[in-house]
Design a protein around this ligand. Structure first.
Ligand SMILES: Nc1ncnc2c1ncn2[C@@H]1O[C@H](COP(=O)(O)OP(=O)(O)OP(=O)(O)O)[C@@H](O)[C@H]1O
Length: 338
């Protein structure tokens, strides 16, 4: 769903935030100053993945929808409700989420319910066009979509009252299906800026370029990437698989309480899939959670999900364990669709 002329839009969006460096990326002793707040760089990825006109619109929603508006008409709701456990605080709580495409007003999400607790791995599967990517983009505040109903609570906060960059700084990370290039910005500078922006938000000390380099090198090993990639511009000329690895490197470096991975397995060879899965598993802690979108059981062989959700026509119509993915693999969606 990259959209027509995406590369042009990407270049346009990014150019507003990031000046082109005419010289090669500097050594790690030099600080690079950009005319933007570093967290805006993270936000670039969102804007660059936007298929809409580049005017800023967010999925912020001022009114909080009353809990009584939660629909109880879909199969998965009972499972979601069964998991409501007063002794545990959900990391992410999505209730009856509805969203339209901002420009056309076409409704894509038609009442999504999902609860993710700390340390859990959730997989969202579903036919092409069922709304999986839209759901993940709405979570991070993508400007192409507007929330028209329901609620999203992340770490006890109303996510819909937060700008996309605030969501990112709050601990939400999204790996896009089509990660964008950022010409003129080296991978290392990008990561350093984003890392320090998060540190500032958390009130923790920032790392200077030398300290950051040491931190970075250890993370490179996690994703099995060569140091050469640090001096290359973000995703510029990267193969599909290298982009995906780079997304996981970003996740490893920045950390996140909830990592949303949209088809992280697409375009990966077997070795790369194993590396990426190993890296994701290595990042899981009892506190961190993963929400991954995938079409294939093979990813779930490597990253074991707590629950699998099947999305159809903008709703989660079924939730279950790994056997659901196995059934899908064997019999296709006809075995599941209503
Ligand atoms: N910005 C947009 N403009 C127009 N149509 C859109 C937009 N965003 C989503 N859609 C439409 O909404 C539907 C859901 O799209 P979405 O990308 O969420 O599906 P998906 O389940 O992730 O599909 P896939 O498995 O093919 O990646 C599709 O019909 C898509 O064309």
């Amino acid at each position: 769903m990259a959209g027509v002329n995406l590369q042009l839009r990407q270049a346009y969006s990014i150019a507003q935030f990031v000046p082109t460096l005419s010289s090669p990326p500097p050594p790690p002793t030099q600080r690079v100053r950009f005319g933007i707040s570093p967290s805006r760089v993270i936000f670039c990825n969102l804007r660059a993945n936007s298929a809409a006109a580049p005017t800023l619109r967010t999925t912020r929603r001022s009114e909080t929808i009353a809990a009584s508006s939660v629909s109880s008409s879909v199969d998965s709701n009972s499972l979601v409700e069964d998991r409501d456990d007063v002794s545990r605080i959900p990391l992410l709580e999505v209730r009856d989420l509805r969203a339209v495409i901002t420009e056309s007003r076409q409704e894509i999400l038609k009442g999504v319910n999902l609860v993710v607790y700390e340390g859990e791995v959730h997989a969202v599967m579903g036919k092409n066009g069922s709304g999986k990517s839209t759901f993940s983009k709405v979570l991070v505040g993508h400007p192409d979509y507007e929330v028209t109903g329901g609620s999203i609570v992340f770490k006890g906060q109303n996510l819909l009252d937060m700008e996309p960059e605030e969501r990112s700084l709050a601990g939400l990370f999204m790996s896009f299906q089509s990660p964008v290039e950022i010409p003129g910005v080296s991978n290392m500078d990008f990561l350093n800026m984003a890392f320090n922006a998060r540190k500032r938000k958390l009130g923790q000390p920032e790392l200077d370029p030398i300290q950051f380099y040491s931190h970075l090198v250890s993370k490179l090993e996690v994703v099995n990437m060569k140091t050469d990639f640090l001096n290359r511009n973000v995703n510029e000329g990267f193969s599909g698989g290298e982009r995906k690895r780079n997304e996981i490197l970003q996740l490893a470096v920045l950390g996140a309480e909830l990592a949303i991975l949209d088809e992280i397995d697409s375009g990966l060879d077997v070795d790369a899939l194993q590396d990426v899965a190993k890296a994701v598993n290595g990042l899981l802690t009892p506190k961190n959670s993963v929400l991954m979108i995938t079409h294939y059981q093979r990813l779930l062989d490597y990253i074991k999900p707590t629950l699998i959700h099947i999305m159809e026509n903008g709703r989660i119509i079924k939730t279950g364990d790994n056997s659901l993915a196995k059934l899908l693999e064997k019999e296709g969606y006809k075995a599941i669709s209503g």
